[in-house]
Design a protein around this ligand. Structure first.
Ligand code: DQA
Length: 144
């Protein structure tokens, strides 16, 4: 099984962003965790991050052809990018939405997600473990 993990804007700054909200892990550390969880679960994982919305949409399009499941953390785009919603809408394979922080208990504007009604599962506020849960969920779907 092949899973694409697509991380959006400002997530490359993890480690420097408020650790009380996002935890102490750097982006590189998160990325290597994801690769080792993928190995453990027998999933071919590719992890990508960009600060450019168009690139993120391009990667979603690429994933349509190659991935059996997708984990998305569109970061701030989650709350307003209709372009990303339109791209997520194209998937027939499962998409899991992950947020490190508990977006539902932060500012009002973070509570809305343009993709929440499209995704197979939404995980927020569990830090990096949320990504692991997402991979486990997708692996479970593949074996079901
Ligand atoms: C985030 C939550 C978003 O509201 C925020 O803009 C981010 C990261 C999270 O993982 O908690 O950049 O998606």
């Amino acid at each position: 099984m092949r899973v694409e993990v697509l991380n959006g804007v400002n997530l490359d700054q993890l480690g420097r962003r408020d650790p009380a909200t996002y935890g102490p892990l750097t982006y590189r550390e998160l990325e290597s965790q994801l690769y080792s969880w993928g190995k453990e679960l027998g999933i071919a994982v590719r992890v990508r991050q960009t600060n450019h919305e168009g690139a993120y949409v391009d990667w979603l399009h690429e994933a349509l052809d190659v991935a059996d499941g997708v984990v998305v953390n569109p970061a701030a785009w989650t709350h307003y990018s209709w372009a990303i919603r339109d791209a997520v809408e194209l998937f027939t394979s499962p998409v899991v939405e992950v947020h490190l922080s508990n977006v539902d208990e932060r500012e009002e504007w973070r509570r809305f997600s343009v993709i929440s009604d499209l995704v197979a599962k939404r995980i927020a506020g569990k830090g990096p473990d949320g990504y692991r849960e997402a991979l486990e969920f997708l692996a479970g779907k593949a074996n079901a």
